[in-house]
Design a protein around this ligand. Sequence first.
Ligand SMILES: [Mn+2]
Length: 342
Amino acid sequence: MSDLLAVPAVRREAITRLAAELHPGMTVALSTHINADGDGCGSQTALARLLGQMGVRAFIVNPTPWPELFRWLLADDVEDRSPEGAKALKGVDRLIVLDISDLGRLGGLAAAVREMPQDALVIDHHLPGDEPPGKTMLSDTAACATAELVFDFARERGLTITTPIAKSLYTALVTDTGGFRFGNTSPRCLAVAAELLTAGVDPEQMYARIYGSVPLGRLHLLRDALDTLEVDMAHGIAWVRIGAGALEKHGVASEDLDGVSEYPRSIAGVRLAILFRDLGHGRVKVSFRSLAGVNVNTLARRFGGGGHARASGALIAGGPSEVEVQVLGEARHLLETGALAD
Ligand SMILES: [Mn+2]
């Protein structure tokens, strides 16, 4: 177990470079991608508290509102200044970007971040994007979640994993691994999770908060999505649609889409699942999920997106049926030619 927790050398060097940019008395902003997920929120709230131990004041500025499902992670000691938008970034000494490999994922904050005088610091586990958010990076695709790297930062800097920090990191690990089921559930991931339980995390309480506290509308949304299910068995593709205004109709937020693509992916013979979400105004958010052997990062990159080998996404311009035809055509073609094999 102790071997598994040792911080790999390449991460240690990156942590030293990152820490050299952070000094007591500084004020830093922490940002993550649009529609923050459990890893983004957990990594941010853990890092904000760890930076506090270093005498660095940290607050959160995200491009989209803090998810209600993860409101409890903020407690009363982490400030979320996302409602102020880019204005909140004015005057900070540094920005730390988490769980992003492409600046475009900062959405409405991207332009302001490009204009910041100081280069952003990055902690991330995605495959490289087209526009890295900053040069000083603690980035490793072998990390099961960005939170694993935040854990390593704490360990390397001799910081204390308090119970609230452990809960934040555990939330990130459990959500990014689909409840410790996906391919990124490495031995080290589970060793870190074990360490977090030792630091005071109650897994049953975490289950109740993350998976046992969803709004009823989430199930209604899932029911509507499953009603649109289509399958191409010849190619092993299954897909579902979320219509424009569906989230508003059911009174839910984008975090409530988490896990929807698990259902099409769970069908025997399916290796590629796609979720088409019509954002209206001629834009469709497409999420790809796959099983071993199908690299959806390659597919997402064809449409200007990216992410991980088994979970990726892209924002595509066009009407819903037009985008569907394009994406399914490309997916079938790439599967036939073996271009998605890994
Ligand atoms: Mn992540």
